[in-house]
Design a protein around this ligand. Sequence first.
Ligand code: ATP
Ligand code: MG
Ligand code: FE
Length: 332
Amino acid sequence: TKILAIESSCDETSASVIIDGHVKSNLIATQEIHRSYGGVVPELASRAHQQNIVPVVMEALKKAQITTKELDAIAFTRGPGLLGALIVGTAFAKSLALSLEIPLIEINHMQAHVLAHFIDEPKPKFPFLCLTVSGGHTQIVLVKDYLEMEVIGTTQDDAVGEAFDKTAKMLGLPYPGGVEIDKLAQKGIVQDYGLPKVDLPNLDFSFSGLKTAILYFIRKQEQKNPNFIKENINDICATIQHTLIETLLRKIIQAARQQNINQIAIAGGVSANSELRKRMTELGKEKKWDIFIPKMEYCTDNAAMIAMAAHYKFLKQEFSNQTVAPLSRMSF
Ligand code: ATP
Ligand code: MG
Ligand code: FE
């Protein structure tokens, strides 16, 4: 089976070809335009997707050494994401499927982040827990089967990636802030700035209080020393990163105990964070868990994960019809 998959939910235009469950190509065009605005500008994202989609698809087909005529299905991200961005990928996928007279497969972007774990070895065994941490979501997912998942913990306000990006912006760092904080934190030392530890009794998260606490802390320090940020940027980044990651680890420990599961995975853009990767590996040794950490290219948005999800949907013959429309919010 040969499937072409398209991802266009945010600011990466990506296309991937999967043949019999093996990813043959994964082309990603990251939109640089948003950097100068300090965040993703939805209208500009749609426009860039419109410009990039054909070249990216052509490259993905070329790299996989196949032509459109050989394709058995077209998959696309239906949601969640920016509506205008999703429309570009959806319309393209529908048109191509229609003209080739082949099935159309809709994919949930958050399920795809989880299924990125099935692209390469080692693969987790069901049931496993996946901590999906990205720009728009923070979820603890109980994964019962390829397409059978349940969110057992989520954020009540900001996503953890958003917390990284927003605090980075306060510090004057470029977008995407998570990457910058990770980089600078490596040269810093974790300090006791008295940042709050928000702990909800269930498996849910809350990050907005921490964000506000960081803002007030910085303002207060700047009144005493206007160069506070500049002089302490590495330590500030290390402390913020540490605080965010501690929260994630506490909740995944709680979830593993509650569900009695020792197969633990991380996924999504924030799973590219070097400290989170290191701490999860250490935690795995300590708790005797099997830990699954995606390759860097499969952490942030990519079409290979969409293709992998499409492979499983094709096996179950789960197809969409031509009236399907994208959804900015979409649950499993
Ligand atoms: P969603 O998947 O929820 O729809 P998204 O698709 O925008 O959101 P991803 O591409 O999966 O999100 O992830 C992007 C997020 O990952 C951004 O918030 C970015 O700051 C964060 N991120 C990327 N690399 C790192 C890193 N090394 N450390 C921390 N955060 C990171
Ligand atoms: Mg992105
Ligand atoms: Fe994503």
